[in-house]
Write a protein that binds this ligand. Structure first.
Ligand code: ZN
Length: 169
């Protein structure tokens, strides 16, 4: 039988007790002497994560939280990873394919973000129905002016497409 003696990382006391788990399921301990609560042996330390797998998991429409659970890290860590990845990507304009003659655009407002809703901001997107590629976006409010700004950002070849929207004709 192996008895592991754990000590507080803050004051080296052995007087520690289990104190629930954090969001990614790691055991937390509380020191009864100094009151500090933390994970003593983080599994993230020295751990190799395949970033391609993280990206794939997220692109399969898993949320930050569910991606975090899969890789045993917090959703904040997942956000950091993906932001870093996003900065290394080519700009949107460079990746848009030319519109085909029968291409159809779907225009929508996305306002599922609580923080943006408070600030009355909305993300406008124009998506090609055939390729599912987002060809233009604009962050503004719910006004017609925002809609026009989105329109002005459209690549030239998409301006002649049929377009559909729930909001405006
Ligand atoms: Zn302590």
């Amino acid at each position: 039988m192996i008895i592991e003696v754990r000590t507080c990382h803050n004051c080296q006391s052995k007087n520690i007790v289990r104190n629930g788990k954090n969001v990614s399921g790691q055991q937390r301990y509380k020191c009864k002497d100094c009151g500090v609560t933390r994970v003593l042996d983080s599994v993230q330390k020295g751990r190799q994560v395949d970033m391609e797998q993280v990206n794939q998991t997220y692109q399969e429409r898993n949320s930050f939280r569910s991606t975090g659970r899969i890789f045993g890290v917090s959703h904040v860590t997942v956000q950091k990873w993906l932001k870093k990845k996003a900065r290394s990507l080519a700009p949107l304009k460079a990746t848009i394919r030319e519109a085909k003659a029968d291409a159809v655009l779907e225009v929508d407002e996305v306002f599922s973000f609580v923080l943006l809703k408070i600030k009355q901001l909305r993300i406008w997107i124009a998506q090609c129905r055939q390729t599912r590629q987002i060809v233009s976006f604009f962050i503004g409010d719910g006004s017609m002016e925002s809609c026009k700004r989105l329109w002005r950002k459209l690549p030239y070849s998409y301006l002649k497409c049929n377009s559909f929207s729930d909001f405006y004709p």
